[in-house]
Design a protein around this ligand. Structure first.
Ligand code: BG6
Length: 500
């Protein structure tokens, strides 16, 4: 018998909801994120015919640009993409407008209100506004205050504000920021973005767990020995040293992206797929999570920083040699830590978010080894959820190796997004921008989740600030899997990191 993976029709896969007429206002429009992610995501939505015809983007920043300057800058940054879709760009570019605004300067915010009224008349956007704060995190609170003071957040049905990460720099600052933004807008107007939740493969964790019956019965401490969540990058810090030097890997990736993946992997099934049911479950599991050693956090954390690497022909600079980085910097570019979740499902199962993108669930070993195994012992079963690149999932299990004996050998059964669906996944920002404009916060982080995620790492953050020598930053070669010391984190439980 041949097993056939049905290839769903390539058309008709998308079930789209309809975005109402509106104006998306981007603060920080001269910044990197706008031309690298936001405008490309909006252009993609336009090409997928998901944007209403009554639509406008208003870019705002301090620079005195005109509408045409803004359009030209975006076109320059997206030249390669536009070359492939020139007619679409010519139709899309007239939706782009620009207004010089300094959120710290009230008269310019008043002028912004007037410009928005004008755009409503020109483009029939009907007073629906999504404000996107892609500004320095130091201005999230004051930015919301300025919008509220100008009366731009008054109508909860027509105005929303999207706030980029990082939302706070620790538990106390996240709580304080929540107080400020909740004084300016209702919680259902506030969209705290984590772009990992926009990725198909991250959303697929939910579908895989809750649309199938074969996984859920074994998705618990009785069958799973440990869960490794990793996110590695091949690029260095590039031109972002100014930001990265004040952030480091724990704040840049672990507290947000990896902890959101952890929440989806470990949460209980929600009663319904609606924003509050989903976010209740995520908040609950994060509130039950603890560092493995909250009292002695140095025992459950390894930090590292990439040093020079590559080969003689193609050397790669170390972190301290990157432009804008302090040559004595102790900022971590790698962090591995160990958590437990104190609930019935997960008690005693180590969860290991590590900066290196995949989720690996390693199952407990068979209680009795009946057969000889390649390598001495059978490889534990694993479910590997490949977040990126090469999006998909593998199940690793033992089969009989061909031959006269009864030896077992591990094999993989693989699912690939590309092979099954034949179209690349959208960037996370495409889904999330559409959701914000639809007013759907399911894939956005609620105030209690973001606080729980910061609180979880508080002992580590305090340690790194107060006694950094207890979690020394160990050098590892650029483009390798991090410092050897990270192996010890797992070795004490008789486990090893999976090398993707
Ligand atoms: C961002 C981090 O939030 O996510 C970056 O600030 C990181 O440091 C990026 O490179 C990774 O995103 P992606 O989608 O490329 O995996």
């Amino acid at each position: 018998m041949t097993a056939v993976l049905t290839n769903p029709l390539r058309v008709g896969l998308r079930q789209e909801r309809v975005i109402s007429p509106q104006c998306l206002v981007i603060f920080g429009a001269s910044g990197d994120l706008t031309h690298r992610k936001l405008i490309p995501a909006l252009f993609e939505l336009f090409r997928q015919r998901r944007l209403p015809s009554e639509f406008a983007v208003l870019g705002c920043a301090r620079r005195p640009w005109s509408d045409d300057d803004f359009r030209n800058r975006m076109a320059e940054a997206m030249a390669a993409e536009i070359a492939e879709h020139r007619t679409a760009w010519e139709q899309f570019a007239p939706c782009l407008y620009y207004e010089p605004v300094d959120l710290q300067d009230p008269p310019t915010v008043v002028k912004l209100g007037e410009r928005l009224d004008l755009i409503d008349r020109q483009r029939a956007t009907r007073g629906n506004r999504t404000f996107y704060l892609s500004v320095s995190p130091a201005f999230y609170g004051s930015g919301c205050r300025a919008l509220a003071a100008a009366g731009l957040l008054t109508d909860p049905a027509r105005s929303r504000v999207v706030i980029e990460k990082p939302f706070g720099t620790d538990y106390a600052s996240a709580q304080a920021l929540n107080k400020v933004v909740q004084a300016c807008a209702q919680e259902n107007q506030i969209f705290r973005i984590d772009h990992y939740l926009g990725k198909e493969t991250v959303q697929n964790i939910l579908v895989l767990r809750f649309a199938n019956t074969i996984f859920e019965p074994i998705w618990n401490r009785n069958y799973i020995a440990n869960v490794q969540i990793t996110a590695a990058e091949t690029v260095g810090v590039e031109e972002r040293a100014g930001y990265y030097e004040t952030s480091g890997a724990l704040r840049d990736m672990v507290q947000n992206h990896l902890t959101q993946i952890l929440a989806l992997t470990a949460m209980e099934p929600p009663g319904r797929f609606d924003p509050e049911s989903m976010r209740n479950e995520k908040a609950k599991v994060l509130q039950a999570a603890r560092l493995a050693n909250p009292e002695e956090p140095w025992k459950c954390c390894v930090r590292g920083q990439y040093g020079p690497g590559g080969s003689a022909e193609r050397p790669i600079a170390g972190y301290r040699q990157e432009p804008g980085v302090n040559p004595q910097s102790t900022t971590e570019t790698y962090v591995a830590t160990k958590l437990f979740i104190n609930n019935w499902r997960w008690q005693g199962v180590p969860l290991l978010p590590k900066r290196l993108s995949e989720v690996v669930l390693t199952f407990r070993e068979a209680p009795v080894h009946l057969f000889d195994a390649a390598g001495g012992a059978p490889t534990p079963n694993q479910l590997i959820l490949r977040i990126q690149p090469d999006e998909g999932a593998d199940i690793r299990f033992e089969v009989k190796a061909p031959g006269s004996g009864m030896r077992s050998r591990p094999v993989d059964m693989a699912f690939s997004y590309d092979e099954s669906f034949g179209e690349p996944s959208d960037e996370g920002y495409v889904r999330l921008l559409a959701d914000a404009m639809l007013g759907d916060p399911t894939l956005y982080t609620r105030s209690d989740e973001v606080e729980a995620a910061w609180r979880l790492y508080t002992p580590l953050i305090e340690l790194m600030e107060e006694s950094p020598e207890q979690v020394p930053v160990q050098t590892y070669e650029a483009r390798t899997w991090g410092p050897a010391a990270a192996d010890n984190l797992l070795a004490e439980d008789g486990l090893a990191w999976r090398r993707p």
